[in-house]
Ligand binder design. Sequence first.
Ligand SMILES: Cc1ncc(COP(=O)(O)O)c(C=O)c1O
Length: 382
Amino acid sequence: MYYLDHAATTPMHPEVAAVMLEVMQGPGGNPSSMHAFGRAAKQLLSRSRDGMAAALHCRPNELVFTSGGTESDNLAIIGAARALRHEGKNHIITSAAEHHAVLHTCEWLSKQGYEVTVLPVDATGRVSPEDVRNAITSRTGLMTIMHGNNEVGTMQPIQELGEIARAHGITFHVDAVQSLGSFPYDLHDLPVDLVSFSAHKINGPAGVGLLYIKQGTPIEPLALGGSQERKRRAGTENVAGIAGFARALDLCVSNRSSRRQELDVLREVWIEQLTARLDKDAIMVNGHGEERLPHIANLSFLGVDTETMLMNLDLSGIAASSGSACTSGSLERSHVLRAMKLPDEHLNTAIRFSFGLGNTREQLDEAAQIVATIVQRIRNNS
Ligand SMILES: Cc1ncc(COP(=O)(O)O)c(C=O)c1O
């Protein structure tokens, strides 16, 4: 089996599993309880938060634990939009290449009376800072633009976009779910106010996320109840999951540059191996050439329909993805590739391969041979 779908989720690192098991097999305790069990759980929670704040260069009280990237995006966007409305701001700027956790949230807000501008992206998936400037009005309160795209890997110029937001007093939210593994975040240095992260994209557990809320950022909670997370997200914390996330981030930060290099090599090897075996003109690499995440390669195999390809890959033990949603058993064409205005021939033949822990050069050599054979077989039969 070849797992080449690390952008969907990553295998858990054994050290993460060990930390979580230790917590789960321990005495337990609710961090909000006053007794010794509760205090021990709270200590563990604080240690995890402190470690993560140090790794991300922010204050521990600027981090809110959530149930994943989706919840972080929802809390950031809906929470900030509600708070900003009190200031007479009801306009939100986003881009057409965002994850559905952002796009569907913005769509929902537009039904609640907010005005939403969805910016186009260019053929590589990048937002234009000029378009951002032109979209700003006196009622713009929030901008939400992702850092690294989950389908094609294109990175947005968040430094520049953040500076524009700062200059206009606009709250800036960044979905950094895919980029946490490869980008060294210094949250106090970046011009950002809200940043979403997720544990399962960096070899941590699924169902655990993080939202950075820069001190002073106006935001209303979505979940009401207890006073956990300084009343910004009620609910008993997932202590084992959070401890696992903290360890995953630790591992990720300490190995980041070597990991990045390894991923760059794997991606390069993958594309080289395929282009060496197949007609070079019949493979398109989608996304940006330089401004991109190292672990994603989105390729169009011209003449080979995405669905047929995925089925054949699966039968051969290769897990990859179309990068797009599966609705009622059939593949919906990717909204990201559509936003990039790729020709139908590229859109209908795109496959996302993504690499990570456990992948080796040897593995990719073997898998590339299998992919090439499948492509040739399908092309010969059609
Ligand atoms: C860019 C991006 N944002 C948000 C999410 C949602 O994160 P989660 O699966 O933790 O809810 C994902 C997951 O695929 C993602 O890639």
